[in-house]
Design a protein around this ligand. Structure first.
Ligand SMILES: [Zn+2]
Length: 280
């Protein structure tokens, strides 16, 4: 399932063809949305925004098209009218003079006013987006110590979109490993230095994934492994999906565990446990 960085990269492709362009024609496949065809026809796209796994197409009017891909939705960006061969159901088509942005299969699609956006059930619940450039490590630090979050294990907290939007399974393992912390620790177990490191790792790893096309491993390590002829699967992650292999940081063995039926990877040697936290 795509996580924040993958959603943002898909949004960049859509933004490249839609932003500042006039919607010359459009199709809204869901019956409840058909009445909005006239509302959006001829409007200009102001910007494309992502919030966690939701994509917002803002028009230069009071309207925004909200879409959430859930598990199965997929966007295609094509030259105008060049529909891909697919058995999927077309849900949204936005046509400019030269291009088409096509959304298939998704059903969580809404056309909302700016006011309705602020009360949308998903958007009003989620935390800040991990790729929001105005999000600082200090803001994250205060979020970690917020009473709503500080007593929850990092492993569960880091999948909660109300804590931070856009983190999924691979980012969870990669961030907690980068911060050098045992995933069963809670923010309240950590000292100020560890909290600061975790806040910084959260931003660094998320941003790295976005700019590198999904590689969260340190650039130097990934480059070296690539030059040795290793596959992308081998150099992409520092810890995720590497059960039984050597930790790139300390040489320890990568452990796989399962939490709420989702895979979690860690290294017992370089991720500080509760015992070490209290004795150190
Ligand atoms: Zn290690």
């Amino acid at each position: 399932m795509p996580e924040g960085p993958e959603i943002r990269r898909a949004a960049d492709k859509i933004a490249a063809v839609l932003e500042n362009e006039v919607i010359e024609d459009l199709f809204l496949g869901l019956g409840r949305l058909k009445k909005f065809r006239r509302t959006l026809m001829g409007t200009r796209v102001r910007s494309i925004e992502t919030r966690g796994k939701a994509l917002l197409t803002h028009f230069n009017t009071d309207w925004t098209l909200y879409s959430h891909n859930q598990l199965y939705g997929v966007w295609h960006v094509v030259d105008r009218g060049q529909y891909p061969t697919t058995k999927r159901t077309l849900r949204v088509a936005l046509h400019t003079a030269r291009h088409s942005a096509l959304l298939y299969s998704a059903s969580d699609i809404w056309v909302l006013t700016n006011k309705q956006l602020t009360t949308h059930p998903f958007l009003s619940r989620i935390g800040p987006d991990i790729l929001d450039t105005s999000l600082t490590w200090r803001a994250l630090l205060s979020r970690l110590t917020d009473p709503r979050f500080k007593r929850r294990k990092l492993a569960t907290l880091y999948l909660d979109q109300q804590f931070l939007a856009g983190i999924g399974n691979y980012l969870r393992s990669e961030i907690i490993h980068d911060a050098g912390l045992d995933p069963t620790l809670r923010p309240i177990d950590l000292n100020r230095v560890q909290l600061g490191r975790l806040a910084r790792s959260t931003l660094t790893i998320s941003k790295r994934s976005y700019t590198s096309g999904g590689i969260t491993n340190k650039a130097g390590i990934a480059k070296k492994l690539k030059s040795q002829g290793k596959s992308r699967a081998a150099y992409r992650f520092a810890i995720f999906d590497r059960e039984g292999e050597c930790c790139y940081r300390c040489g320890g063995s990568v452990i796989r565990s399962t939490l709420n039926s989702r895979r979690l990877y860690s290294c017992a040697q370089c991720q500080t446990s509760l015992f070490e936290t209290q004795s150190g």
